[in-house]
Design a protein around this ligand. Structure first.
Ligand code: SAH
Length: 366
């Protein structure tokens, strides 16, 4: 048994992934490199290859001797193995199903737009929040991802873009959204580790802008407040889906612990402390949450705040009786918000043909 706090490089028991360079900050990397018998400055060189040049094959690192390249290998365990890759939108949407070291599966989606490239990542294998309209929620929680397992999803997308195999003339992944599998705020430490890796400049990290990173949550109130205190201008998205507790208790079961009023209070506190507009996610479900009176109640609760509503036509999960709203009900819902001067957009349904956003590939794969 390793002592508490000791780094474990060997294949661990099911569940805990091996420690990877991307799990560690600069000083931890120096110690890890020294523990492998190498001079500490190698940590900086390796990090520049990994995060700066996105080179994941040590054989190309000619500023290290072959012996040192071999010695560093335990710090670069293979964390993600692609099981299946699906493409649509003329190649501008690429969804990958990954197998983790213990056989768990997660998915990520790379989406190219005219003005940005967005990587949608998973923060957990499965999810414990049990929202009945979400495919991931149906399978339950397998385990938390490690910081490196999250960062490596982004790096995989960044390498694909860098390789030129992704359409468009943008050269970098500019945005990351935590809207894949899992509840990011239920895996807070690994989430913050990953965010630090994404925003810190090379060689420590990827040097992305925190403003381009969105953390999407069911509304874990204490964690929203903690996130507001991190001093990072991250975008917060709250998956509301209903303006009243009676319905939200059934759509987002954690609402029985953190009801709508408390979630919105925490959201306004977040907006105030970070200066960032909060996104309210609302999946429109036919005859469930799309009534005119609910749109008016939603508008009433949001009016006057630094907020933007993202309406998402429900992506039906296999076997569910629920489906997306009728076009006329969707239009009426939008109009009610607009009349109350609440900014609203209907999200495009990117990747729907490949079960884009909602855990359906992992659920369907053998
Ligand atoms: N657990 C986090 C992040 C993952 S889900 C959260 O709940 O916010 C990302 C977004 O996709 C959430 O807004 C979620 O409610 C939404 N979503 C899940 N299943 C969906 C479906 N079948 N159709 C449309 N949106 C869905």
């Amino acid at each position: 048994m390793p002592a508490p706090g000791e780094l474990v490089f060997d294949a661990p028991a099911r569940g805990k992934p091996p420690v990877h360079l991307a799990d560690l900050d600069a000083s931890e990397r120096r110690s890890a490199v020294a523990a492998l018998g190498l001079p500490e400055f190698r940590a900086d060189q390796v990090s520049r290859h990994w995060f700066g040049r996105l080179e994941d094959d040590p054989a190309t690192w000619t500023d290290l001797s072959p012996a040192d390249r071999e010695a560093i290998a335990p710090l670069l365990p293979h964390l993600l193995t692609p099981v299946q890759t699906l493409t649509c939108d003329d190649g501008a949407t690429v969804k990958t199903l990954w197998r983790l070291h213990d056989g768990s599966r997660v998915e990520s989606v790379l989406m190219g737009y005219r003005d940005r490239i967005t990587m949608c990542v998973s923060s957990q294998a499965g999810c414990g929040m049990n929202c009945p309209f979400c495919a991931t929620g149906q399978a339950g929680l397998t385990r938390n991802l490690s910081t490196a397992e999250i960062v490596e999803q982004v790096l995989a997308g960044a390498r694909l873009v860098r390789s030129g195999a992704f359409p468009g003339d943008r050269e970098r992944v500019s945005n990351v959204v935590f809207m894949g599998m899992g509840e990011p705020l239920a895996n807070y430490r690994a989430l913050m580790g990953a965010i630090h890796r994404l925003v810190e400049p090379v060689p420590e990290g990827l040097g992305m802008s925190a403003r381009g990173i969105t953390v999407s949550t069911v509304g874990l109130v204490p964690r929203i407040r903690e996130l507001a205190g991190e001093g990072l201008p991250l975008r917060l998205a709250v998956s509301l889906h209903a303006p009243d507790d009676e319905l939200r208790d059934t759509l987002v079961p954690i609402n029985t612990r953190y009801p709508v009023a408390e979630v919105l209070d925490a959201a306004w506190d977040y907006a105030e402390r970070t200066g960032r507009r909060v996104s309210i996610e609302y999946a429109l479900i036919k005859d469930v949450n799309d009534q005119r009176w609910r749109a008016e109640l939603l508008a009433k609760r949001l009016r006057g705040h630094l907020v933007h509503v993202n309406l998402i036509p429900l992506n039906p999960t296999p076997g569910s009786q629920w489906t997306a709203s009728r076009p006329e009900d969707e239009r009426a819902f939008v109009r009610a918000l607009e009349e109350a001067h609440v900014p609203v957009t209907v999200r495009d349904t990117r990747g729907r043909e490949i079960d884009g956003a909602c855990g359906q590939l992992a659920a369907a794969a053998p």
